[in-house]
Design a protein around this ligand. Structure first.
Ligand SMILES: Nc1ncnc2c1ncn2[C@@H]1O[C@H](COP(=O)(O)OP(=O)(O)OP(=O)(O)O)[C@@H](O)[C@H]1O
Length: 264
């Protein structure tokens, strides 16, 4: 998994390595675990002597909330300061990308098994509630938020909009580069979302449309790359200091608006 580093990090890319526990087939086949994580260090030893260092190393017993609080929470917080962040799960089939990201909806998921995306959605809306409550408590106008979601699938050479019911018609989505070197995809559906439930329902609906097949390593393998994006736009009222002239006129302090947009 790679993440954009948040505030205070020297590099904008960080890499977390997670080792999933053995599955039942591996246990029945009496496979050996060939990794050893060095306690207290972000280091892993493969076999006898091949040591590798990452930004984070999470061993087979790591829980979902551990990976979230260590690697992701700060990125979602940064989104409210206008930073963009990307969490990319990378690994061979059956290594645990879908489990870690939390987009597997084949069966009921226990709260402690919730993955990165549902947790990020919860944090996002909890932060919005907190910021609104804080503003109201201090007598300021509450900030305004607009959240929109996009969900794309890249399967072979096709870019598919998972929010589009008529998927066939949109297989011609193309990636473009804007004059500033930025990347955009024209015609993608952006769904406005206003609550955790609504966002997770969009995520679930799109995830169920994904292309799934089986591989030798994973019976429920996602045969594609999926990109779920949340854009957070906010209008934050900033209190302008009261000048002595205004105080004499008896006017209240005025507010200007600061607009910020962050994507995750
Ligand atoms: N950390 C973990 N703890 C418990 N079970 C896990 C863990 N990681 C993965 N698994 C289980 O291993 C199996 C394969 O994981 P998953 O489907 O997430 O792999 P994947 O990397 O997304 O594979 P693919 O690329 O084929 O889609 C699943 O049954 C999943 O529940």
């Amino acid at each position: 998994m790679t993440t954009n580093g948040g505030e205070g990090n020297e590099t904008s890319v960080q890499v977390a390595l997670r080792v999933r526990p053995q599955n039942s087939k591996e246990q029945i086949d009496m496979c050996q675990i060939c990794t050893f994580c060095i306690p207290g260090q972000p280091q892993i030893v493969l076999g006898k002597d091949k040591a590798f260092t990452y930004d984070f190393v999470l061993d087979t017993d790591s829980e979902q909330d551990e990976i979230y609080s260590q690697c992701i929470e700060g990125l979602v917080a940064g989104c409210f300061e206008g930073y963009n962040a990307t969490v990319l799960a990378y690994g061979q089939t059956g290594s645990g990308k879908t489990y870690t990201m939390g987009t597997g909806f084949g069966m009921a998921v226990l709260p402690e098994q919730l993955g990165v995306i549902p947790r990020a959605v919860r944090q996002l809306f909890a932060t919005i509630d907190q910021l609104r409550d804080d503003a109201i408590a201090s007598g300021d106008p509450p900030p305004q938020f607009e959240i929109s979601a996009q969900f794309l699938e890249l399967y072979n050479e096709d870019l598919i909009d998972l929010f589009d019911c008529n998927r066939e018609a949109l297989k011609k989505l193309r990636i473009h580069e804007d004059p500033n070197g930025g990347i955009y995809i024209a015609g993608v559906i952006s769904q406005r979302v206003e609550s955790v439930e609504e966002t997770l329902s969009c995520l679930k609906q799109g995830a169920l449309s994904r292309t799934v097949g089986s591989t030798n390593m994973n019976a429920q393998s996602s045969r594609s790359h999926a990109i779920f994006t949340l854009q957070v736009s906010q209008q934050r009222p900033i209190k302008t200091p009261i000048s002595s002239e205004i105080v004499e006129e008896g006017r209240e302090g005025s507010y200007s608006t600061k607009s910020l947009t962050g994507r995750i």
